[in-house]
Design a protein around this ligand. Sequence first.
Ligand SMILES: [Zn+2]
Ligand SMILES: [Zn+2]
Length: 255
Amino acid sequence: MWSRWHRPRIGRAVSIVGAAKRLALDAAFPERCFSCGAIVDNAGALCVDCWPKFTFIGSPMCALCGYPFPHAVSPGAICAACTKRRPAFDAARAALVYDDTSREIILRFKHADRTRYANAFGAWISRAGAELVPLADVVVPVPLHPRRLIGRRYNQSLLLARAVARLGRLPVIPDALRRLRNTPSQGSLSRGARHRNVQGAFSLRGRAEVVGKSILLIDDVYTTGATVEACTHALKKGGAARVYVLTLARVIRPQ
Ligand SMILES: [Zn+2]
Ligand SMILES: [Zn+2]
């Protein structure tokens, strides 16, 4: 039997072996910058050259949709688009401006199996939604149509939802929403056409999990808000009390 004096030393020996293994692994597979591939210290980091090329969204912004304002505004101010037509969701926030720089890493995340980006992206999204995460009961991803899921093998929004849920210590309901139609790509559609394109494209799998709950709805990119609004309609029809939208990036067009 080991005395209690031996245990810490054995523990230290084990941790030294562990650290040596980690060092060897780090040397063989060093952490790399998401954007340019340069070697960095931490997993999920951007190098010092790439960091300033990304535009993170911060205050001041529209209290509803999170559209960034160029100058200070009074608290609770909302943007022109939200004044004209109030969105169905209760609030939306995004971590990054969707531009050439962020588009590249998001496309790699979606289509090139860079699923290991999810943890860092989840941390960025959680920071952008810091005021909304504490208000939520559950996390729900925007679903892919089953046919698209077969081609891609994973739903990038579910990976982000899991990362956000882990950080916020919230449960995630991966299949709360169903995508009924494999809607054509929204890429070239106008705002009105996007809304028509996804109208009724989502349904709720079951009311029990969402009724009376505040939902954090997670997607990768907010373009016109059509997709998250269609999801919000399905969630609220099913009895969800509030829907807060968090996305990794957001298209910013002059209003
Ligand atoms: Zn870099
Ligand atoms: Zn707004």
